[in-house]
Design a protein around this ligand. Structure first.
Ligand SMILES: Nc1ncnc2c1ncn2[C@@H]1O[C@H](COP(=O)(O)OP(=O)(O)OP(=O)(O)O)[C@@H](O)[C@H]1O
Length: 588
């Protein structure tokens, strides 16, 4: 025996309200949408038919009347009383593209605020006016209307439940009708006051491009509360998409979720759409209307499909073209943009040669020769170096620059990768990462006589720093104001990390790490004393070698601090010891 499914309407309404829709307010959108669709259906046969939706709100009742196709009694049974049945799909079950609705559940959203939905409708076919009344307990009835409607169309009436009263006030309904329906191509009024505007502002005609731009910037300001840095048109014909992108006037958080305003067939889908733009374009906020993109069943987000993917690519391309155009026509504008949004552009440059060229030509980097673009730096220092961290740049820029080794700060997000990627646009690029130890080879040795005279001092200094795992050398370099430089090679850093790990690990691991340690050439860090520095000269001239050892410990501590190197416990102890030693000497 075959049986039909039974539907527990209360359960379905509960499902809709708790899990599908984010707020009862969507009932206004669903009513508007049905009214607009009914008008679209009527105008398909009669293009000159009126396109009016009148919403009346008073005393906890809302009435939505449309001049649409209306329904016959048979259609009422089939369409209004069958959940999931919709007249807006074709024979194969696909959404028909001229309509907003498609799922056949929207009318049920009336039960979010009322226990009863009353639909009075007269079909354009000339059938008599009927009244359908559906209740949230799952019972409905259809009866002939007491009087015929003057015109074809439909009036839906909801008498609000006391707990939902806040959703059915004139003010709330007017706000919601304007929010969802202001761009609809039908005339919507709430208690006689218009809720619709002339159409999407980006399609409005203006006297001149400057006027249009000013009007669109004003639109952006009204919508988002900031005056956009710039505005550009968006267009993806395959998705029936038009709109505008506003460039944010302040730095944006790359991790912030998208907040794009999306209309589908002129009805607001969401103010918080995600996935409309590629991830790197976090500096733009869009307002778009698309005829062909699809909503999810809740109508609160875009359905992720190939078309949305295509739209994302195309909008990304249009933003990219805008940037390239800006570089060509308004360099100052581009500089200002980059100051705000360099992260997005750098992220894009990693995979896009045009953007990489733009970064190369326009983005200023910190370098040992002052702030300049990568292109300028390469012209000045064809074999320049870049650092792996901001700290390293701060430690070494001065010394490196003074030795003629150009240095770029490559320590910020994406910079290392960008510098390495430069060969993509210029195969001749010779910029390489700096190994700090290499810098020592650029520091000139002191003259042999001075080196000889300093021997006893250097021996004492080596004895003082040996327990700290550091070697001492004397060099002659600029800037003279720098007393000592602590240089550690990549291998030495690795070695130091290994030692730390070994100290913290158990026996088995300590053995393994010990074996690794032996296999690594322990390239020790160096303290490079600057023979040009007056303080170093003074220390060199000390005849008391113990005191000289203490002074070297102090210079070592200063070099670590100056270079923002981490201080190990042994380093802090050496620094304290040197202080005490110097104080003792001074007071004895
Ligand atoms: N104002 C109206 N005028 C004419 N027909 C209507 C009206 N409101 C609803 N209908 C009919 O009732 C059907 C069911 O409406 P419902 O709102 O539940 O779903 P839908 O609009 O088809 O799809 P969705 O769930 O996506 O909104 C519609 O397909 C339409 O045929």
């Amino acid at each position: 025996m075959e049986n039909a499914f039974q539907v527990d309407l209360r359960g379905v309404v509960d499902l809709l309200s708790r899990h599908l829709y984010s707020s009862p307010r969507v009932y206004v959108r669903e009513l508007l949408q049905n009214a607009a669709d009914a008008i679209t259906a009527r105008r398909a046969g009669d293009p000159g038919a009126k396109a009016e939706v009148a919403i009346e709100v008073a005393d906890g009742r809302i009435q939505v009347s449309d001049s649409g196709v209306g329904l016959t009694e048979d259609e009422v049974h089939i369409l209004l009383a069958t959940i999931g049945r919709s007249s807006k799909r074709d024979e194969l079950g696909f959404a028909r593209h001229e309509f907003l609705g498609q799922f056949g559940i929207g009318l049920l959203s009336g039960f979010l605020v009322a226990d009863e939905i009353r639909v009075e409708t007269r079909s354009v076919t000339g059938a008599p006016t009927v009244v359908w009344t559906g209740r949230s307990d799952g019972v409905y009835q259809v009866e002939p209307a007491q009087s015929e409607r003057a015109e074809p169309g439909t009036t839906v009436t909801l008498a609000v439940r006391p707990d939902a009263a806040e959703w059915v006030t004139e003010r709330t309904v007017a706000e919601l009708a304007a929010l969802y329906g202001s761009l609809l191509p039908v005339e919507v009024t709430v208690n006689g006051r218009p809720a619709t505007v002339a159409g999407p502002p980006w399609l409005a005609r203006h006297g001149s491009p400057a006027e249009r731009r000013a009007a669109l910037l004003g639109y952006g300001r009204d919508l988002f509360g900031f005056t956009p840095f710039d505005v550009l048109d968006l267009n993806v014909p395959e998705a029936g998409l038009t709109g505008v992108a506003f460039i944010l006037p302040t730095q944006a958080n790359p991790a912030a979720k998208g907040a794009h305003r999306v209309y589908l067939k002129r009805m607001l889908l969401t103010e918080h759409a995600e996935g409309l733009l590629p991830g790197w374009a976090f500096f733009a906020r869009c307002v778009v209307d698309a005829g062909e993109l699809r909503p999810t069943a809740s109508r609160e987000a875009l359905y992720e499909d190939d078309l949305l993917e295509h739209v994302r690519e195309q909008l990304g391309r249009q933003l990219r073209e805008w940037l390239v155009r800006l570089a060509e026509t308004d360099p100052d504008g581009l500089r200002a943009f980059l100051r705000l949004h360099h992260l997005g552009v750098k992220a894009l440059a990693l995979h896009d040669d045009d953007m990489l060229r733009l970064v190369d030509r326009w983005l200023e980097y910190e370098t040992s020769s002052g702030p300049m673009t990568l292109a300028q730096f390469r012209a000045l220092h064809p074999r320049g170096r870049f650092t792996a961290s901001v700290d390293e740049f701060r430690q070494l820029a001065g010394v490196s620059g003074a030795q003629g080794v150009g240095l770029i700060n490559g320590g910020y997000v994406y910079d290392g990768e960008i510098l390495r990627a430069l060969t993509r646009i210029d195969p001749g690029v010779r910029l390489e990462p700096l190994d700090p130890a290499e810098l020592a080879t650029h520091l000139a040795p002191v003259d042999p006589a001075a080196e000889l005279a300093a021997r006893p001092f250097l021996n004492a200094a080596a004895r003082a720093l040996d327990p700290l795992g550091c070697e001492v050398v004397l060099r002659d370099f600029d800037p003279a104001s720098l007393s000592a430089l602590y240089l550690t090679s990549r291998a030495a850093e690795h070695h130091a990390q290994l030692m730390e790990a070994k100290e913290a690990s158990d026996e088995l691991w300590a053995d393994v790490l010990g074996a690794m340690e032996r296999s690594l050439a322990a390239d020790r860090p160096r303290l490079v004393l600057n023979h040009r520095n007056p303080l170093v000269r003074k220390v060199l001239s000390l005849s008391d070698l113990n005191l000289a050892g203490t002074a070297v410990e102090a210079l070592y501590g200063m070099a670590l601090l100056h270079g923002h190197h981490p201080l190990r416990p042994a380093d802090s102890a050496a620094l304290n010891r040197s202080f005490l030693g110097l104080l003792d000497w001074a007071t004895s």
